[in-house]
Design a protein around this ligand. Structure first.
Ligand code: NAG
Ligand code: NAG
Ligand code: NAG
Ligand code: NAG
Length: 524
């Protein structure tokens, strides 16, 4: 293996025998020393090649690696930054970074991706390292948030669907051992959306990799998730665009959004711009019909537009009327995703996934993308990317903990998809086991992966901006650590809104309900 001196091969068995006390002493020696710059010599790392290693000062910023951005990204604490690649086959590799903080508390953290992968998540590298985890993130085996890389590249597809997080975990743990002269104590995973799917996939298929998994807004049931987003764009007219009669221009989505709030906001007892739970409101779009007045294109909807709205907010049904996938969340703000979802083009991830991931044909005509395409994709299910199984037997048996959350204003993933995943696991594992290892928190008014645009209590420590308190009641990452290491399973989480208001979040199936004085956890 190039770049790794043969000397270090001899050292490997000795390293394993270093007694705990000595290893601890070497850990502080590592901090600030040129151990970082010389990390390549601390191997061997097997299929891993160290590309660069640099010291990063606290409160500074670094240049990102890869094709996803050029703006400097913040680094809060002093650390050793290592860029490396892991060979996953003779034609594929995962590019990754390690952020190894000087003040390390012994924990390993792997970080997932978003969308169609391909971008290193620097924000979470900063979050993890500033909370003293040795933190690792990768490009998921390809560069950039598109699907072209999957075309006739089954190994790249396998990295994306099934393998990159495992490769990152195996290589990363070796790097931790070499750098700190000590193995990690516990290993964790954090990710949202695609990252939530990757975390779920790890629990299902690589159960030994992590002691604790934080899987946000999991993109599980992959073909139905991406495919139904494709259908949303079809309902409103893709690919014919603005000339199609069911097309709903941006301004009318504003009208629809206002009408949803008018009908649904107060159903939960509090008028605050949040539709707490979609299934508590029966939205009637026909109120907006132009036959009842209003000005076409300005303040009311034509019949084809009304039909499109009905489809968007209804469940996707199969031939026998069975529910295949839940409807779009009523609270989701359509204006924030107008271009990608409702703008008159097939949702880009659906386009890419079906052309390059499924049909392996860049010229495939997806003009009439339909349920049949979703079913075909789900049937092929490359490398079991669907990630829709409840069999967590091995993960549960090894003592793993699975913490997951979904926002009720998520613009891409309906609450019901996370609930379906929960129900599958419940069916396979039983109620007692679920309480022991798998907990879902539904967050009213949180948008996709919890951005500051969320009207609800989205600050839960899933990422920045952090909640006001670094404790296990407010921060899901710390709650997960406490669950894994302290045996204290999270019963509730206190979420904080942008305005600083706290609200109790409840372990599914309990819901956070206003009782006239405060929010409490109740059965629905
Ligand atoms: C970073 O800045 C904060 C506040 O400005 C300060 O408290 C902290 O000590 C600084 N950290 C480092 C590593 O310089
Ligand atoms: C990669 O390895 C496979 C067997 O695992 C072999 O069939 C293929 O020819 C190799 N490709 C290259 C580019 O070396
Ligand atoms: C899509 O459907 C239209 C109308 O049924 C049809 O004319 C057209 O040929 C279809 N396109 C493809 C690629 O199947
Ligand atoms: C939470 O912890 C982080 C990292 O240690 C720190 O930067 C931040 O100031 C802490 N926040 C509070 C409120 O203690």
């Amino acid at each position: 293996m190039p770049g790794i001196p043969s000397d270090s091969l001899r050292l490997l068995p000795c390293l394993k025998l270093i007694p705990f006390a000595l290893a601890a002493a070497q850990q502080s020696f590592a901090a600030g020393s040129d151990r970082c710059l010389g990390i390549a010599d601390l191997g061997p790392f097997k299929d891993t090649t160290i590309i660069s290693a640099t010291r990063v000062a606290g409160n500074s910023s670094v240049q990102p690696w890869g094709v996803c951005g050029t703006d400097p990204v913040p680094a809060s604490v002093p650390l050793c930054r290592v860029q490396f690649s892991v060979k996953t086959s003779n034609v594929s590799e995962v590019k990754a970074e390690a952020w190894l903080p000087d003040e390390w508390h012994g924990r390993f953290l792997a970080i997932g991706n978003g969308g169609l992968g391909g971008c290193i998540d620097y924000t979470t590298l900063n979050y993890g390292s500033s909370f003293h985890f040795a933190s690792f993130a990768s490009n998921n085996g390809h560069d950039g948030d598109q699907g072209q890389s999957f075309y006739q590249q089954p190994e790249v597809l396998e990295d994306f669907a099934a393998r990159s997080i495992h490769a990152l975990s195996v290589a990363g743990k070796k790097i931790v051992r070499a750098y700190y002269s000590k193995s990690h104590t516990k290993s964790y995973y954090i990710g949202c959306s695609q990252g939530g799917r990757q975390g779920t996939y790890s629990a299902l298929h690589w159960p030994k990799d992590f002691d604790g998994i934080l899987a946000g807004a999991p993109g599980t049931n992959w073909h139905f998730l991406i495919g139904s987003l494709g259908l949303l764009s079809r309902y409103t007219g893709a690919p014919e665009g603005v000339t199609y009669p069911s097309f709903i221009p941006r301004n009318l989505w504003g009208v629809i959004k206002a009408e949803i709030l008018k009908q649904c906001d107060s159903v939960d007892g509090v008028k605050n711009g949040i539709v707490d739970y979609s299934d508590a409101c029966r939205f009637r779009p026909e109120v907006l019909s132009c036959s009842k007045g209003g000005e076409e294109g300005i303040s009311c909807l034509t019949e084809p537009q009304l039909e499109a709205v009905r489809k968007v907010y209804s469940a996707l049904l199969g031939q026998d009327g069975e529910q295949l996938y839940p409807g779009y969340s009523l609270g989701a703000d359509p204006l924030t995703v107008f271009e990608g979802l409702f703008g008159g083009f097939l949702f880009p991830y659906a386009n890419d996934w079906w052309k390059y991931g499924i049909y392996q044909d860049p010229d495939y005509d997806l003009s009439n993308f339909s349920l049949d395409d979703i079913l075909a994709g789900n049937e092929i299910d490359s490398f079991q990317i669907s990630t829709f199984s409840g069999d967590f037997t091995d993960f549960h048996a090894r003592g793993g903990k699975f913490l997951t959350y979904i926002g009720t204003h998520d613009q891409l993933i309906p609450t019901g998809n996370a609930v379906s995943a929960y129900d599958l696991a419940l069916e396979a594992m039983g109620k007692r086991a679920m309480d022991h290892f798998y907990r879902l928190f539904v967050v009213p008014g949180m948008d996709h992966c919890g951005t500051p645009l969320s009207p609800g209590p989205f600050r839960i420590g899933h990422n920045f901006p952090l909640p006001p308190k670094n404790d296990t009641n407010h921060n899901v990452l710390l709650a997960l650590v406490d669950w894994v290491e302290g045996g204290k399973a999270p019963e509730t989480i206190l979420g904080t809104s942008s305005a600083g208001e706290e609200r109790i979040l409840c372990k599914h199936p309990l819901r956070s309900v206003w009782n006239g004085k405060k929010y409490v956890c109740k059965t629905y």
